[in-house]
Design a protein around this ligand. Structure first.
Ligand code: CU1
Length: 129
């Protein structure tokens, strides 16, 4: 009987250790989050396609969009919105000129919804691992 309760205790300890490991992984992941200024010193502007090249983004990384708020904006869109350069009515629109947006796992698409800008390459597609 004593042996039985001992092994149950072991299972509980193993569960506790698993939970602890998960928490540590989560913390490590958070600490890893990087911040990227979109377009680097040039900021968020036209012909952005090459900016993502060679970068490895992770979920939780932060993109900083810097631009003149009187000229541009930032709208997260779907793949269709990205390809067609259209933002659905009611889309959340960032327009502070210094917007911080956290990447979700998977594909993240952003366009400028000012007429003609996305068509001129003011759009990025970011894949976050
Ligand atoms: Cu724009």
């Amino acid at each position: 009987m004593a042996q039985g309760s001992g092994s149950a205790g072991g299972a509980t300890r193993a569960l506790g250790l698993g939970t602890l490991l998960c928490l540590l992984l989560l913390l490590a992941h958070t600490a890893d989050a990087a911040t990227y200024t979109v377009g680097d010193s040039g900021g968020w502007t036209f012909n952005m396609a090459s900016w993502t090249r060679g970068k490895r983004f992770r979920a939780g990384d932060v993109l900083v969009f810097r631009y003149s708020r009187s000229v541009h904006n930032v709208v997260p869109v779907s793949a269709a919105g990205y390809n067609g350069c259209s933002a659905p009515r009611g889309s959340r629109t960032y327009n502070s000129g210094n917007d911080r947006i956290t990447l979700a796992r998977g594909r993240n698409y952003f366009i400028c919804s000012i007429a003609g800008h996305c068509q001129s390459g003011m759009k990025i597609a970011v894949v976050a691992a």
